[in-house]
Write a protein that binds this ligand. Sequence first.
Ligand SMILES: Nc1ncnc2c1ncn2[C@@H]1O[C@H](COP(=O)(O)OP(=O)(O)OP(=O)(O)O)[C@@H](O)[C@H]1O
Ligand SMILES: Nc1ncnc2c1ncn2[C@@H]1O[C@H](COP(=O)(O)OP(=O)(O)OP(=O)(O)O)[C@@H](O)[C@H]1O
Ligand SMILES: [Mg+2]
Ligand SMILES: [Mg+2]
Lengths: 224, 224
Amino acid sequence: MIELEAINRNFEVGEETVHALRDINLNIDAGEYISIMGPSGSGKSTLLNILGLLDQPNSGIYRFNGKAINQLAEDEQAQVRRENIGFVFQFFHLIPRLSAADNVALPLTLAGVEPDIRQQKTAAAMDALGIAERAQHRPDQLSGGQRQRVAIARAMITEPQLILADEPTGNLDRSSGSDVIEALEALNQKGITLIMVTHDPELGGRAMRRLKMDDGKIIGDHQS
Amino acid sequence: MIELEAINRNFEVGEETVHALRDINLNIDAGEYISIMGPSGSGKSTLLNILGLLDQPNSGIYRFNGKAINQLAEDEQAQVRRENIGFVFQFFHLIPRLSAADNVALPLTLAGVEPDIRQQKTAAAMDALGIAERAQHRPDQLSGGQRQRVAIARAMITEPQLILADEPTGNLDRSSGSDVIEALEALNQKGITLIMVTHDPELGGRAMRRLKMDDGKIIGDHQS
Ligand SMILES: Nc1ncnc2c1ncn2[C@@H]1O[C@H](COP(=O)(O)OP(=O)(O)OP(=O)(O)O)[C@@H](O)[C@H]1O
Ligand SMILES: Nc1ncnc2c1ncn2[C@@H]1O[C@H](COP(=O)(O)OP(=O)(O)OP(=O)(O)O)[C@@H](O)[C@H]1O
Ligand SMILES: [Mg+2]
Ligand SMILES: [Mg+2]
């Protein structure tokens, strides 16, 4: 489903070049459940952003379902992303002036799904994550972990082919965190490919395949 | 050092009232090391914001060093906050157009500390947290855990009497997280009062006193 071939990503800061991803090679089959762990600054979010078509590599090829996707035009990439990928950002990126419920429903709204179906799916997703009572609150009227769960519900709402989750339990207690993992794993059971960045070794260990990153490279790749 | 007496904090959302803090009574002595744990949405950040003079209770009294602080004028409270309290926010609140180093140095700059002393202290703090190499990066040029460490360095830089840390290791791997805890605990060893909200039971268990919150109340208060 996913092939990364000789992927490099650099950032320029003044005179300096940061090599955030160095010669990344990675194949991922449909339906896999993969965790990515590694030190702060090792390139995990950068890798996830490239996988999610939110960022472009400086060199190398990204094939998505056999198609060299990083070479498509911007609007074509945006379409592939909208139709296939759900993304939970490390810092959520919720829309400040929309309610929690409207934030969750946004991908359905963009896909033209009818209001009553949207309302039903949104209520079910927020219920599963324990945030139904906060449906009408705006993001600034939510706790940190409530915002995180809105971001997760939004990423899951269209049941996309691929879910990328960047530290989805970082602001959650044990109980809310396991509701989140249950919901994500249930989608993986239905065939959805799930790739999760985490600093929590217990969570990372639940995946069927575990990648370790360090200094822009994948240094470990283990099947459970 | 700190007395909270019958503290209540409500938020209005449309027709609804959220009772974020309900009848909180709490005494904290100078030099204590306290952790606060509890479910997502239980009021931990709200309590920390009131302790940090960033928010006002709807009723009740907050005495800081014997003085009824929540009844002072805004600019007087701001002065007490600037001179005595370091705050690590759950979502950092870094200044986007300043470099990491200038973000860290900001409390020293506001306190009128000379440039060479500022530079020395800033370098030492960033070094202790492993972010010296990113001194010239702006926040948007940092990883999540690097931003978190900038926020922590900033809160510690003036060695304030009281440090309030809202989930300071949420975006950090085990090794960077323990650098942070070492640095904070070293300040506590020097007599600084340290109050830390965390979802990590291992981290919470290191404190000398552990508070548990649920639904706006303190339901547990245990000495180690
Ligand atoms: N826009 C940018 N400009 C410059 N450098 C950047 C930029 N974004 C990231 N970096 C650098 O690239 C490296 C990788 O960043 P990335 O965000 O992928 O790390 P990470 O593994 O997700 O870390 P964390 O666990 O702290 O979230 C870091 O050292 C960071 O400082
Ligand atoms: N500005 C606001 N307006 C309305 N409700 C709010 C506001 N801020 C917080 N709340 C609500 O008050 C409750 C307590 O929020 P708080 O941020 O203190 O929780 P928390 O314990 O820090 O949670 P987390 O572990 O998720 O960070 C939550 O249920 C939240 O929805
Ligand atoms: Mg990251
Ligand atoms: Mg909070």
